[in-house]
Design a protein around this ligand. Structure first.
Ligand code: NDP
Length: 247
């Protein structure tokens, strides 16, 4: 039997996911980190040590998810926390986005999250306890040009959060979502650094006036996953320096 809580953090080998994994490990949560890039995963293992388990898996392999989760449950004795953080972005004018481009984003950012959550919930149900934290974006709070598929995917994540929260509440499973503002990671660097106008716009409507740090999301995920948030479910919590209410 396990004596520490067990969490899955998808995309936990970089950026926001890494900060969430670091925060969990520091707080004695055994953390299973999922990603595709084995080099990045090995570097995280070196950094975080025994408190984490690295697992190379492409979340687009939806057919493989049930057996993968079964294997993880057998290895760790159960899953208490799931953080659906892995995601991809694509910046292109609407008319240049092919059907394949659009589908690729939806597959990674929506369909995989559904399949993974469904499989993990199957193992949470008998325990009558569990916490799921999804990661959306400001792209679901207001309209951002040139990110049509990403915006659609993040809107879907927020809707799924509410639907799952309501359905799973009687079973002791809480489902919440963090909507990060502009956080300094590789993904945001790609979107903002070659586009000073976009960067100025993002910062201009952020009352705090600076980009957030990945660990700002890490500490929020820890709060939502923990019993400190035991009466909180179905919320979409902006962690954004005020960006979503900026004038
Ligand atoms: P990163 O690109 O650093 O991290 C994304 C992670 O997702 C990577 O570690 C990547 O791992 C993993 N990933 C992507 N596709 C797959 C896949 N098919 N299977 C397994 N893992 C996958 O970005 P961020 O840290 O910035 O973003 C993390 C989340 O936060 C995303 O959902 C993003 O949309 C969201 N977000 C980020 C914001 C920001 O300002 N940075 C703002 C709002 C939301 P690998 O490379 O190994 O595949």
């Amino acid at each position: 039997m396990k004596n520490k809580p067990v969490a899955i953090v998808t995309g936990g080998a970089s950026g926001i996911g890494l900060a969430i994994a670091e925060t969990f490990v520091k707080n004695k949560i055994t953390t299973i980190i999922i990603g595709r890039d084995t080099k990045k995963l090995k570097a995280v293992k070196q950094k975080l040590g025994d408190g984490c388990d690295i697992q190379a898996f492409d979340l687009k392999d939806r057919k493989g998810i049930p057996a993968f989760i079964k294997k993880l449950v057998k290895k760790h004795g159960g899953i208490d926390i799931l953080v659906n953080n892995a995601g991809i972005n694509m910046k292109k004018p609407l008319i240049e986005v092919s059907d394949e481009d659009f589908d690729n984003i939806i597959e990674t950012n929506v369909q995989s999250i559904f399949s993974l959550s469904r499989e993990v919930v199957k193992y949470m149900l008998p325990n009558k306890k569990g916490s799921i934290v999804n990661i959306s974006s400001m792209a679901s709070q207001y309209g951002i040009p040139k990110v049509i598929a990403y915006s659609a995917s993040k809107g879907a994540i927020e809707s799924m959060t509410r639907a799952m929260a309501v359905e799973l509440s009687p079973n002791g499973i809480r489902v919440n979502c963090i909507a990060p503002g502009f956080i300094a990671t590789e993904m945001s660097a790609k979107a903002l650094n070659n586009d000073p106008e976009r960067k100025n716009k993002a910062l201009g409507r952020t009352p705090m006036g600076y980009l957030g740090e990945p660990k700002d999301i890490g500490t929020t995920a820890l709060f939502l996953a923990s019993d400190a948030a035991k009466y909180i479910t179905g919320v979409i919590l902006p962690v954004d320096g005020g960006n979503s209410i900026g004038f």
